[in-house]
Design a protein around this ligand. Sequence first.
Ligand code: FPP
Length: 278
Amino acid sequence: MGQRGVKQPKGQDKNIQEELKRHGDIPTHIAIIMDGNGRWAQKRGLPRIAGHNEGVESVRDIVETCGQLGVKYLTLYAFSTENWKRPKEEVSMLMRLLMRALRDETDKLHQNNVRVHTVGETSSLPREVQDELRDAIEKTKENTGLNLLLALSYSGRWDITSAVKRIAEHVHQGKLKPGEINDQVFSKYLSTRDIPDPDLLIRTSGELRISNFLLWQLAYSEIVISNSYWPEFRRKDIYEAIGEFQKRERRFGMVSEQLHSTKKKNNVLKQLFKSVPG
Ligand code: FPP
């Protein structure tokens, strides 16, 4: 068996990726609201599920590209708490699609050194989906490349209320004092506890909402909206989004001069994001 590692880019891809890496910082954590599958299908006179099917191709391409670029965390909003309210047939088709995608892709993800995680209330997913997820997580748990977080049955309010419940329990049990609660402590009770906050949030299909995604974690994320529907969002679109991200100045509430030199900026970032590993 060959050595595990990221499949290397070739030709134009290789040039663009090298240029992006030279030009500025590659975001450590990218979060994506994958939107527009239904509209993509509708525009082509196809059933909505055709959009979700094609959306899996985009997932494949974006995961591979992020791995090649050295992105450490990629969080995909694959199924929200609110998505349970969709017609029953669409929900069960999405679950089947997810199951099939996991079954078909886990080996390749493993080969590419990707580690799979989930965030969300996964216990409410069908048993077979939970089994596939457990297998994918178990198989890839030693991998050291891209961390792929699948947000499933997830919502930001669910994440925050779950954290509050556990904090209340710990206070009640005397494990935590109310005075000890600050934003760093609170973050440790969220489903993303050991993961740095997203640097970049991308939403596809031109919508301007965060739709109950990582409400706490997105506090200082740069937001890039792409007009492409998710099924047509491919590597060229993520290059564009990262290029846009690199043009932004992230001030974290400070003034421009405080961040002026790159060295200073990096130190400030390190201080601000103490939870960022390495
Ligand atoms: C939003 O489009 C998309 C979803 C709710 C599901 C996303 C799921 C996938 C791309 C497939 C499975 C994912 C993985 C990780 C393998 P929409 O249906 O809301 O589109 P619309 O706004 O045009 O109706």
